[in-house]
Design a protein around this ligand. Structure first.
Ligand code: HSE
Length: 433
C-alpha cells in the first residue's frame, strides 16, 4: 500500500528553503520509512522566480503569490521561511485560520509576535513548529519541550549567534580587530550583508526570548530583556581577559530566580573562565547549557546556522507535523503561569570586569576604589600594566558580585571623574555551570 501524502506549501526558497527542498528529496525514502508519509512539496512561493539559485526551483511548483499557498485546500502544512515580521505574521495567521499546521524558522517573528500567534494557533487547534528558529541544527526546542518535560529549568546559558562567535574567535585567536573579523565573517557568508541583528545582539536575543518563554511557560516581552552586542568589544579587553584566565563570548543567559519566580533574560558580551566548556566553543558553532532540577546539567553543541543544519531542523518539524496532522489540539506553546515576571536588569547580579583609562598619578586608583567602596562593590583583583603611555594607564578591576544597577551607577560616577579618559568598559563575568 502506498504511503499517504503530506502536501506541503513552502514559502521562501532562500538558503534554508532550498535546503529543505533539496534534503527532503535526498532522504525521501528514509523519511517515508520513518514517518509513514510521503512528504511532498506541492507549491513554492518566492518573491522573484527569475533569480539565479544554487538549488533549481521546479518551475511547475512556483508562484509569486503567498495567498495561493493558503488558499490551496489540498495543502496540509505551510513552511514559512520568508523571514521578516509583518508578511510572515499574516501568512502564519492565515494558514492557521485555514486549518493548516505551520512550521517556521522565523525567530524575530516568534519573539516579537509569538504570543499572538500561539493564541491563534490554540483557537484554531493547529500547531506551530519552530525547531529551526533557535540555534539552527541543534535540536534544542524539542529537547526543552519534550525530553526535559519533567524538569524545572533552572538556567539556559548559550552561545547562540554563530556570526558573533566567529568574530570573537578571530579577534581572540588571530588578533584581528572587530572590523576585520566582521569583514571576514561576511566574506565567508556567515554574517548577512547587513549584519546588524547579529552584531547588535538581537538575533541572539530573539532566540533567548523563545527559549525563556518555552522554559517558563509565559511569554517574555522583548522590551523587558537586556541586550548588548559585540560592536564595542575591543582587542585590548580580549587581551586583559586572557591574562586573567578568561575568554570573551556573547552569552545569552536565562535564569530562574527560585524565591521570587522571576526570570532573568539577558544577552551580553561576557567573560567566562578559559577552562569552562563554553570557552572551547569556537568559530560559527553554537552551544547551549541547560540546567534542570532533575536532569542536572546538559550541553547541546552544533551548527547554529547554514543551509543543511537549519533544514535538518525544519524537516524534523515537518516529520512531527505529519505524525500529528489529524490531531486538533496543541498550539506548540504551553502557558502555565507557574513562574513570575522578567527580572529588571538592575537587579541581576554577577561579577564584573571593569577597565578604565585613568591619569597615571598618585591617588587615582584610591579615588576609583572609594567610589566602588561607597557603592558597596568589592574589588577581587586589580591589574595595571607598566608599559603604558606616559599620562594615562589602563586599570583593570575584577569586581565582586553586585547588582547591575548599582555597578552601572558607580561606573557613571567614575566616568565623570576628571582623571578618567574614554568611556569605561564594563563586562559581565559569568560563573555558569
Ligand atoms: N545569523 C545567525 C547566526 C543565524 O549567525 O548565528 C540565524 O539566526
Amino acid at each position: 500500500m502506498s504511503a499517504p501524502i503530506l502536501k506541503i506549501g513552502l514559502a521562501g526558497f532562500g538558503n534554508v528553503g532550498a535546503g529543505v527542498f533539496k534534503n527532503i528529496e535526498k532522504n525521501r525514502h528514509l523519511l517515508q520509512e520513518r514517518t509513514g508519509h510521503n512528504l511532498v512539496i506541492t507549491r513554492i512561493a518566492v518573491r522573484d522566480a527569475s533569480k539565479a539559485r544554487t538549488v533549481e526551483l521546479p518551475p511547475e511548483l512556483v508562484t509569486t503569490n503567498l495567498d495561493e499557498l493558503v488558499q490551496d485546500e489540498e495543502i496540509d502544512l505551510i513552511v514559512e521561511l520568508i523571514g521578516g515580521i509583518d508578511r510572515a505574521f499574516e501568512l502564519v495567521k492565515d494558514s492557521l485560520e485555514s486549518g493548516k499546521a505551520v512550521v517556521t524558522g522565523n525567530k524575530a517573528l516568534l519573539a516579537e509576535r509569538g504570543q499572538e500567534l500561539f493564541a491563534i494557533a490554540e483557537k484554531c487547534g493547529r500547531p506551530i513548529y519552530y525547531e529551526a528558529a533557535v540555534a539552527g541544527g541543534i535540536p534544542i526546542i524539542k529537547t526543552v519541550q519534550e525530553s526535559l518535560i519533567g524538569n524545572h529549568i533552572q538556567s539556559v546559558v548559550g552561545i547562540i549567534n554563530g556570526t558573533c562567535n566567529y568574530i570573537l574567535t578571530r579577534m581572540t585567536e588571530a588578533g584581528l580587530g572587530y572590523p576585520e573579523a566582521l569583514g571576514e565573517a561576511q566574506q565567508l557568508g556567515y554574517a548577512e550583508s547587513d549584519p546588524t541583528l547579529d552584531v547588535n545582539g538581537w538575533d541572539a536575543a530573539h532566540k533567548a526570548v523563545i527559549l525563556a518563554s518555552l522554559s517558563y511557560g509565559c511569554w517574555v516581552p522583548c522590551d523587558q530583556i537586556h541586550v548588548e552586542g559585540i560592536e564595542n568589544v575591543q582587542r585590548t579587553d580580549i587581551g586583559f581577559a586572557d591574562k586573567l584566565g578568561y575568554t570573551i563570548k556573547l552569552l545569552a543567559v536565562i535564569q530562574l530566580h527560585d524565591e521570587s519566580g522571576d526570570i532573568e533574560v539577558r544577552v551580553q558580551p561576557s567573560l567566562i573562565a578559559n577552562d569552562h566548556i563554553l570557552a572551547s566553543v569556537k568559530g560559527v558553532y553554537n552551544a547551549i547549557l541547560v540546567q534542570g532540577d532533575v536532569v542536572g546539567q546538559t550541553l547541546f553543541y552544533g551548527s547554529g546556522a547554514g543551509q543543511d543544519p537549519t533544514s535538518s531542523s525544519v524537516i524534523a518539524d515537518i516529520a512531527d507535523a505529519s505524525a500529528r496532522i489529524e490531531s486538533r489540539d496543541g498550539s506548540g506553546f504551553v502557558t502555565h503561569g507557574l513562574y513570575g515576571n522578567p527580572l529588571p536588569i538592575e537587579q541581576s547580579v554577577s561579577k564584573y570586569y571593569l577597565r578604565v583609562e585613568a591619569e597615571d598619578r598618585p591617588g587615582v586608583l584610591a579615588r576609583i576604589a572609594t567610589v566602588l567602596g561607597e557603592n558597596d562593590i568589592g574589588i577581587l583583583s586589580v591589574i595595571q600594566p607598566e608599559d603604558h603611555d606616559k599620562e594615562y594607564a589602563p586599570i583593570v578591576l575584577m569586581l565582586h558580585y553586585a547588582p547591575f544597577g548599582v555597578v552601572r551607577e558607580a561606573i557613571n560616577q567614575i566616568a565623570g571623574m576628571d582623571c578618567i579618559r574614554e568611556e569605561p568598559v564594563l563586562l559581565r563575568v559569568e560563573n555558569v555551570g
